[in-house]
Design a protein around this ligand. Structure first.
Ligand SMILES: [Zn+2]
Length: 560
């Protein structure tokens, strides 16, 4: 009796191709010819150097074939399979061509562009090269595909084969993922654009996301919040107005702050400041982030909703900054990172990209101190009527953004040496990685201390009752349990990715203004807090009255 699998794996020419075999062949073709830009991009990368690199490249290839095989097995039906394969060959060829020719990557935005392209634009894109590509990558394989005879089984046997094919693809996919998880994760993090090069999975994903977004966000309009927001009587009566600087940290983890008990002296300046008696500095030792990456944490931090409500909400809302502005305050966001994720769209904002300051900026990136540069002028340029009621500055740091930690600290702050200078973190000895990271924290310490110094010097100290609040967006893994960077699903994320540092500094005038008891703040520093508290603490600090305010989440309020 012949083996049951023999007829599947060995095509009998007289009966034509079994779908599983044809799917495998087309998957291999798509992984190779349909992915020329991917292979061209990853080949020179350091991740692909040496024997380990070759193994990784083979793994990546098997990974793509397995993913395609899994998906295509599910649609191996008579009358459906052949047109879909043909369509994939065409889209893969088109993708390859556009990516090679124009360097564009296929993501949801690009798909939206394609969907909106008019005939004139298409004509502009036609060329002889394109004809050649079409001939080689579409006509030849397409013609071959159309000529092949396909033999399907009856309904149920075919259904079982399809499921088995998908299961096999999934198994291989999972196996390869498990074997290469670290390398894959490192590649995708260090070279984000790579994921958009995996053809045609990128097109399928982008189309799906586009359709999904269109379906779920039928109403894209941002819901206004805090329409009742207004300032309390305090500011006008006192004659002086508040100036609050909110510093949004990046990838700073609590575990490496000496203020929180870390053995290395990573916070010397802030520790000196705390001991000096200039205002009151508090380090909060038990603060949790909302997410494990910037995209999740940042909007959640500024949201009036708590973590659970924020995550289950499909409706986009305005944020803290809108409420502060609505109450009449002057709000300014200064960005030294990849942007404010839409948070600062309706308030004054500035970024540091176009600054030409050789002592602080190089290679299109600036050290975080750049945000303190000319701050007086920036404030002076804000609406005077608002400024007269109070000023809120948000400084969005580059902080400890990985994997190139060594780029985030200037030479003068490289106290922990030698440091890792590779983007491929696994290649560095762990001590060097931690050194590079600790240098970024040492520099952040300096930036925060300088911010306080600026607040407590003239003319700021004369005009304002000032405060600084520092809170990091999420933590980081530095090789513990072979994990690097951040972004693990929250439930699986280690403590180091979600336990974040938070620091407040209040000038004596601000503490008096709020009627805060300083011994109370000290005892509260170990309270369990999270990103959920930020919205309410900021409203409390700035005396903004609204129904959204929850006194139980404003930890300052408990000390009045
Ligand atoms: Zn981040």
């Amino acid at each position: 009796m012949p083996s049951r699998f023999e007829s599947v794996t060995i095509p009998a020419p007289d009966r034509g191709w079994r779908p599983a075999m044809l799917i495998l062949l087309v998957s291999v073709w798509l992984a190779l010819a349909g992915n020329l830009p991917l292979w061209r991009t990853v080949w020179p990368l350091p991740e692909l150097a040496g024997a380990r690199g070759v193994a990784f490249a083979v793994g990546l290839f098997v990974w793509i074939v397995a993913a395609l095989h899994m998906l295509l097995s599910l649609i191996a039906w008579k009358g459906l399979l052949r047109p879909v394969l043909l369509l994939l060959i065409i889209t893969a060829a088109a993708n390859s061509y556009f990516m090679l020719q124009y360097g564009v990557v296929i993501d949801a935005t690009m798909m939206a562009n394609v969907a909106n392209t008019d005939v004139r634009e298409v004509r502009d894109l036609l060329s002889w090269t394109m004809l050649l590509v079409v001939l080689l990558l579409v006509v030849v394989p397409g013609w071959w595909l159309m000529r092949q005879r396909l033999t399907f089984r009856p309904l149920w046997p075919q259904a079982w084969r399809n499921l088995a094919g998908a299961a096999l693809g999934l198994t291989v996919l999972l196996l390869v993922t498990l074997l290469m998880f670290q390398d894959l994760a490192s590649l995708m993090r260090n070279h984000k654009q790579v994921r958009y090069l995996v053809n045609p999975l990128n097109t399928l994903y982008a189309s799906g996301k586009l359709a999904g977004d269109a379906f779920f966000h039928v109403s894209k309009t941002r819901q206004p919040i805090g329409l009742d927001a207004h300032l309390g009587a305090g500011p006008a009566a006192a004659g002086r107005v508040p100036l609050v600087v909110l510093v949004v940290g990046e990838t700073a983890r609590a575990a490496n702050f000496s203020l929180g008990g870390y053995a290395r002296p990573t916070n010397p300046q802030l520790e000196r400041l705390a001991a000096s008696g200039v205002g009151q500095l508090t380090y909060y030792s038990a603060v949790r982030s909302c997410g494990t990456n910037t995209q999740t944490s940042l909007p959640c931090m500024f949201s009036h909703l708590d973590k659970d409500a924020y995550e289950s909400s499909r409706q986009p809302y305005e944020n803290l900054l809108d409420v502060l502005q609505r109450a009449g305050l002057a709000v300014l966001w200064i960005d030294n990172q990849s942007g404010c994720k839409g948070l600062c769209d309706r308030v004054a904002h500035a970024d540091t990209y176009n600054l030409k300051l050789p002592e602080l900026c190089n290679d299109g990136e600036c050290y975080d101190e750049v945000m303190l540069k000319d701050l007086d002028q920036r404030i002076a340029a804000l609406d005077p009527a608002r400024r007269a009621r109070g000023v809120v500055l948000v400084l969005h740091q580059m902080g400890s953004h990985g994997p190139a930690y060594f780029r985030r600290s200037p030479p003068a702050f490289k106290a922990f040496m030698p440091e890792c200078t590779s983007n491929v973190l696994q290649e560095c000895p762990r001590e060097q990685l931690v050194n590079a990271y600790d240098n970024t924290i040492l520099y952040a310490d300096h930036v925060l201390a300088s911010t306080v110094q600026w607040l407590s010097s003239k003319p700021q100290a004369d005009a304002y009752d000032s405060a600084m609040l520092y809170l990091s967006d999420h933590g980081e893994s530095l090789g513990e349990n072979n994990l690097y960077l951040h972004g693990l699903p929250y439930a699986l994320a280690p403590d180091t990715q979600t336990h974040v540092p938070m620091i407040s500094w209040l000038s004596d005038a601000m503490r008096d203004r709020l009627g805060l008891r300083s011994d109370c703040l000290k005892t509260r520093a170990a309270d369990k807090l999270s990103h959920d508290n930020l919205f309410h603490a900021m409203l409390g600090l700035l005396d903004v009255k609204t129904d959204l305010y929850r006194k139980d989440l404003d930890w300052f309020a408990a000390c009045r």
